[in-house]
Every structure is written in C-alpha cells, then in structure tokens.
Design a protein around this ligand. Structure first.
Ligand code: NAD
Length: 476
C-alpha cells in the first residue's frame, strides 16, 4: 500500500475511469536534491491497465462523436483547472524533478499555451473534388485510445503536449509518466477528473514494464512517446504487431555552429543557456558547440563568465537558478562521459560549484580540446556539460555536425540571420534555429529526423498525427 509521505504531501493516486484508485504496488519517488525518497505513489498493474483500456474504449464512443467546438470547450476547462492549481503542480514538479520553483511554474505556464493554440484550431474536412462526376471528401477522424508515455525532464509539459491535441482531435488518452517523476502527472489526472468525462483522460504510474504493456495492448491504437532513442526503437518494434500508430519524440545531440561574423559578447549568454537550461536535461539542448578556431579563447571566456553566475542548489532555495540532475543513472552516465573525455586529454576549463553532500549534483562544466570520436561528443549527455569544438573550414564543420544518427535540432549563430539560412539548409535536423536554440511552441511543429524520432508535436501537423484519414468518395 502507499504510505503517507514524511513531508506531508497528499499522495496522488491513479486515475481510472474518472475515479481515484490505489494499487498494492508502489513507486518510491526520490527528491533529486537529497537523493532520498519523499513520497510513495501507487504503481499500476497490467490488470489496471486493462481496466483503463475498457473505460477508455467506452469513453471514446461518446467523446469521439462530440463536435470539435465541444471538445475545445472541454479543453479550455482543462486549462482553467491547470491554471487554478499551478502552485501545487509546480511544487510537485520542483520536488520530483529538481528544478527551481520559478522554472517549475514556467513549465506549467508553457503547457497552457497548448490549450490556447489547440483550443481554437480548425480541423475541417477537405473537399478534393466536387463536380458532375462525384465528390471526394477527406476527413480527419480520431484514432481512438492513445497510450502516452513520457520522460522525466518536463513531466507536466510533456503530458500537456500530448493530452491537449489528442483530446481536441477526438481521442481519449491513458498516460504513463516516467517512474522517476510520476507525482505531478498523477495529481494532474486527479485534478481533471471533474473537468472531463470518465475514461477520457486516465493516468497510470508505473515502470518500464507497464510501458511495454501499453505498446503490446491490442486495444490501444496509438503510442505517443517522449524519451530515449533505444526506448523509441523498442516501442516501434512492439507496436508493429498491432500496427499501432506511433509518434516518437526521442533524444538528440544537437550541434550549434557559430559563424565567423558572430559577436561573442552578443550571443554568449543565449549560447550558454541553449546548452544549460534545465541543467542540460533538454532533448533539444545545444550539446555540441562548433566555434571558429581563431575565436575559441573568446567564446571560452564568455561562456565561463556566464557559467560562473549560475547558482546550483535545491529548487526550494532562494537565489538558486539550476537544480541537480534528476536521477542517479543519468548522473552516472554524465560522470562516465566526463571521465572518459578527461582520459582522452580534454581541457575542463570551467567546472562550477555544487552543494556538498547527497543529491544528484554535477557541476556546470565546459570542455574544450575534444573532438568527434570521444563519447562526450558522440553520445547525448543530457546533463550540464558542453563540449566546445573548433573548426577552420565551414563545410567541414557542417559535415561534422551532421555526422551523427541523431537529427533533433541544430542551430546557426551569426550577425546576418537572413544570410545564415543557406547554412541552416545544410544541417540535418528536424528544427534548425538561427540565433536561438531550442524554441518549441504550440504553433510550430517540433520533431526529429533520422533516429531522433518519428512524427512531430505542435501545430496542425501535430494535431493531424492524432487522426486517421477517412475518405468519403461518391459517384454521381
Ligand atoms: P526513457 O526512454 O528511458 O524513458 C521514457 C519513458 O519510456 C518512461 O516513461 C519509461 O518508463 C518508458 N519506457 C522505458 N522502456 C520502455 C519500453 N520498452 N516500452 C515502453 N515504454 C518504456 O527516457 P528518459 O531517460 O526518461 O528520458 C530521457 C530521454 O528522453 C533523452 O534521450 C531525451 O533526449 C529524451 N527526450 C526527448 C524529447 C523530445 O521531445 N524529443 C523530450 C524530452 C526528452
């Protein structure tokens, strides 16, 4: 059974068929700033997933038949509930994810933009032909039951990125948050029980096994996933047996190329935060920075000056701008990459300060004298460490930036943004930003090419990913 947390939080439960449900199994959720569990939440069984799928199927019969306007009215209610509970949700995100409270609030606020955008989007049928010989109309119809599976870096944002367009398109959703950060998402499920009909949005916490059960379930029609590349591949394989639709938002190892004409004093701060927001735990963070060799020293200095301003500590603490890493496994991964780069002769020219004692602390770290072939450059760190690489020939830099199986984001930095489009055109990534990195909003599609994903979220394209095309074709 789930036990009350020492810290006095109300323990959020599973949401199945519109009600709060417990489970004999539980997940101990760790506060990453202490390394100690602070709450235990129920972990759903496969039988509870079956119950949720039955409830979802029943709910879909009605929800899928509502008009777009009716569903958008309901989604606006979802937005109101989230807004009214922003303090509680942000507090839970801070505790389980580790980010400072202000950033946790920012995450929830950002999630509300999904509601604004999809709350007024149009999804009209398209008439392809209408003449004396006949009429052909394309309809975008809901797929059915969507199983959503999310990661631990932005738990509420990732949930809302999926929930809002999926429901607006007429689907129902069962969501499994990461076992590292299930708390705020479970609470979201509870808070929305009155805003939505039973079975339309259900939340089941659980480990990877429960995720696997989603992907093989015969009555789940689509998997919407955010997480790592290996898990994305496993999901695609598992989904093949039932030909589920998949949208996979996977990992990245984004390159940023600084052109000769860029001014370090102008772009230094933005470059730094492109890499280090959310303690570097951002899918489309800047993870490999290419600067002209002649300017390495200048960029090193600007970046180190920005890094020196960062106060890393527990999210509860006044003045803290960045938190710990979220979990021990991710910390160990980054420690391994750092040790390997050091052994390969890299220059760790800036290493910040972190609190002493327990917690998943890794200092904000800037590295140079490192290149492709070293794991820190070739793999996705997903933590607060950035390798700065140099180039003398732009074509060579572009080729090196593209020499990866990842293809999520990339950026070009310059004093001539319009002129940089030509360089941007040559970078192999789902999004290429100029003088910014990353920018992910409700109205612009976002997704990876190559092994960084399948499909996009955001915009009308993200909405269409939650639909099947059906054609009504009549002969006159
Ligand atoms: P992960 O792949 O380990 O886990 C993500 C989710 O998948 C969790 O809920 C987990 O329980 C579940 N899962 C694990 N194995 C599964 C399986 N075989 N079948 C079904 N579900 C399974 O990823 P993570 O460590 O939680 O997240 C970090 C990764 O996520 C990074 O690579 C990061 O780049 C990526 N990410 C991508 C985006 C994006 O939009 N592209 C956004 C955020 C994070």
């Amino acid at each position: 059974m789930t036990s009350a947390p020492a810290t006095g939080y109300k323990v959020p439960q599973l949401t199945i068929n519109g009600t709060t449900v417990s489970s004999p199994d539980s997940i101990a959720v760790v506060d990453p700033s202490t390394g100690e569990p602070f709450i235990e939440v129920p972990s759903a069984s496969v039988e509870q997933l079956d119950e949720a799928v039955v409830a979802a199927r029943a709910a879909f019969k009605t929800w899928g038949k509502l008009s777009l306007t009716e569903r958008q009215d309901a989604i606006r209610k979802v937005g109101e509930v989230v807004k009214a509970n922003i303090d509680e949700l942000a507090e839970l995100v801070m505790r389980e994810q580790g980010k400072p409270l202000g950033n946790a609030k920012g995450e929830i606020m950002a999630s509300l933009r999904q509601v604004e955008y999809f709350g007024s989007i149009e999804l009209e049928p398209e008439v392809i032909k209408d003449d004396e010989t006949g009429r052909a109309e394309v309809r975008h119809e809901p797929i059915g039951v969507v199983g959503a599976i999310t990661a631990w870096n932005y738990p509420v944002l990732a949930a809302m990125f999926k929930l809002v367009p999926a429901l607006v398109a007429g689907n129902v959703m069962i969501l499994k948050p990461s076992p590292y950060t299930p708390v705020a998402t479970l609470r979201l499920g509870e808070l929305l029980q009155d805003a939505l009909p039973a079975g339309v949005f259900q939340v089941l916490a659980g480990g990877d096994e429960l995720g696997r059960a989603f992907t093989t379930h015969a009555d789940i029609d689509k998997i919407a996933f955010t997480g790592s590349v290996p898990t994305g591949k496993a999901i695609m394989k598992a989904a093949a047996d039932t030909l589920k639709r998949v949208t996979l938002e996977a990992g990245g190892n984004d390159a940023g190329i600084v052109l000769e004409d860029a001014d370090p004093q102008v772009i230094g701060k933005d470059l730094f935060w492109a890499a280090f927001s959310n303690t570097g735990q951002v899918c489309a963070a800047l993870k490999r920075l290419y600067v002209p060799e002649s300017k390495l020293e200048e960029y090193s200095q600007v970046m180190a000056a920005e890094a020196a301003k960062v106060v890393v500590g527990p999210g509860t603490q006044e003045g803290v701008v960045a938190g710990p890493m979220q979990n021990a496994a991710q910390l160990a991964h980054v420690q391994r990459l750092a040790a390997d780069a050091r052994a390969n002769g890299a220059d760790f020219f800036f290493e910040g300060e972190v609190p002493e004692g327990p917690g998943y602390w890794f200092p904000f770290t800037l590295v140079r004298n490192v290149s492709e072939g070293v794991a820190l450059v070739d793999e996705e760190p997903f933590g607060p460490i950035l390798p700065i690489l140099t180039y003398t020939d732009l074509d060579d830099a572009i080729e090196r930036a593209n020499s990866t199986s990842f293809g999520l984001g990339a950026s070009v930095w310059t004093s001539d943004p319009d002129g940089a489009v030509e360089v941007a055109d040559r970078l192999e990534a789902g999004s290429v930003w100029i003088n910014q990195h990353p920018v992910v909003t409700a109205s612009i599609p976002f997704g990876g090419i190559k092994e960084s994903g399948v499909g996009v979220e955001g915009s009308k394209y993200g909405l269409l990913a939650y639909t099947n095309i059906r054609v009504i074709n009549l002969k006159r």
